[in-house]
Each structure stands twice: as C-alpha cells, then as structure tokens.
Design a binder for this molecule. Structure first.
Ligand code: FPP
Length: 242
C-alpha cells in the first residue's frame, strides 16, 4: 500500500485529545494590512478551515474555539454586530460541509442573549451534527469562564444538592462542557500571556502554547509545531513522574 504520510508532518506520537484556541490578533492583523477590524475577523474565520482540517489530520479529537467572550459586548456595536453576522454566515455557508466531514458542532456559553435567528441556527447546527464523531468543535460564543462557574453553582443549588456532596467531578458535570474531557493544550495567538476568562475551570492542568503570530496567519505548520511542543511536555499534574 502507498505510504500516504506527509513527510513535512509525520504522525505525532502523543497528539492532544482536546485543544482550546484563543484566536487573538485579528484586529492587529487587519491594521497591519490597512483593513477594517471586521476584515481581520473574516480572515480569522477563513483560517479556521485549515485548522479544522489539520486537526483531523493530526489526530486532535476535540477543538474548543473562543469566538466571542462575555466581555466582547464592550466593543463598538459595529464590531459586535459584525461578529454575530460572521457566526450566522459561517453556519449558513459551512454547515453542510462540516456535517459531511464528520464534525460535531457544540456551543458553550449563553445563547439567550443572541438574536433569535442566530439561536435557531446554532440549535439546528447542533442537532444536525450530533451523530458525527470525527471531530468535536465546541464554539465558545458569548462565553465567560467565571459566568460558567456561577451558572454551575446556581444549577447545583437549584437541584438541591447538599454542600457535603459537592465535589470537583460534580461541578465539572455542571459546566457548559459537561462530558467533555478537560483541554490538554490551550493555544493563544498574538503573544498575549493571559487566560482572558477562557476555560478557567477546565484548564487547571492544561499546557499552554503562546505564539506571537496573529490568528489569521497561524497556519498548519505552526499548528503542527504547537502540537509537537505539547508532545514533548512532561505533564505531572502536581505529582512526580519517577
Ligand atoms: C480576538 O482578536 C478575536 C476575537 C474577539 C474574535 C475571534 C473570532 C473569529 C476568529 C471568528 C469567529 C468564528 C466563528 C465560528 C463565529 P482581537 O479583535 O482582540 O484582535 P486584537 O487584539 O489584535 O485587536
């Protein structure tokens, strides 16, 4: 049988199962190219396609992307509306293809604050792709890690669970990411060293990879480098590997 291995990207020994990405730097990328910020977000959306394809090729099974945070409402209305429209357009344009390629779409965050037409499309996309298992794509949209913890605590109280029964596992099961394994690797582009409220509960033992590259320029080769770096990390979870 022919060897289909790409010599530039040999199979990784230990690819991360779950990768989270803080797709930062769209605005600076746009400025650098003399374009409007929205064009930066559009270029960032285009980049998602190659990162999704590469995820499947490199053996990543779950990807969580930070597309709109609970703090992003503070941006000018034009930019907020632009990001909402991008989400809607992506679903309209890419859903059939994503479904054909075995991608399961999920959403984390608060849907209620989004326009009903977007909510409907997101729920439809989730329902249509729920049987797919090649790659799970969690879209964090109107997501905030602190809000997620507050919501989990409210849920636990509403369910009447006594304090003595509250464990880390129980709280994990009340997060938006219930049933998802914790992220192994968090990638942040554009050189900022912050978590920005992204998966703050789940990333307790995640490895971080930070690159100065702006998100629209974060390509397959750099993604591979991030995964390769992860493979070489010694994860001890507070213990010792002797
Ligand atoms: C941060 O860059 C990026 C965002 C706030 C939005 C990221 C969104 C996308 C890439 C597209 C959305 C995709 C889907 C599927 C809806 P920034 O604007 O803070 O950049 P800057 O720090 O350089 O100004």
């Amino acid at each position: 049988m022919a060897d289909t291995t790409n010599p530039q990207f040999p199979p990784l020994e230990k690819p991360p199962y779950h990768v989270g990405i803080i797709m930062d730097g769209n605005g600076r990328w746009a400025k650098m190219h003399g374009k409007h910020r929205i064009e930066g977000h559009k270029a960032g959306t285009e980049n998602l396609r190659r990162i999704l394809e590469s995820s499947v090729e490199f053996g990543v099974k779950m990807l969580t992307i930070y597309a709109f945070s609970t703090e992003n409402w503070k941006r000018p209305p034009f930019e907020v509306m632009g990001l909402m429209k991008i989400l809607e357009d992506v679903i309209d344009r890419e859903l059939a293809e994503l479904n054909k390629n075995g991608v399961q779409l999920r959403h984390i965050g608060i849907l209620e604050k989004l326009r009903p037409s977007i909510r409907k499309k997101v729920l439809h996309a989730i329902d249509m792709t729920k049987g797919n298992d090649r790659l799970v794509l969690n879209v964090a949209f109107n997501y905030g890690g602190r809000q997620e913890i507050v919501d989990a605590v409210k849920c636990v109280i509403d369910e009447g669970i006594p304090a003595g029964q509250i464990t880390e596992e129980l709280l994990s099961q009340h997060m938006y990411t219930a049933n998802c394994p914790d992220p192994d690797l968090i990638i942040r582009t554009s050189g900022e060293f912050r978590t920005s409220n992204f998966l703050i509960w789940q990333a307790a033992y995640a490895e971080y990879y930070i690159t100065p590259t702006y998100w629209p320029d974060f390509d397959k080769a750099e993604y591979y480098k991030a995964l390769q770096t992860f493979s070489q990390r010694d994860r001890r979870y507070g213990g010792r590997n002797e």
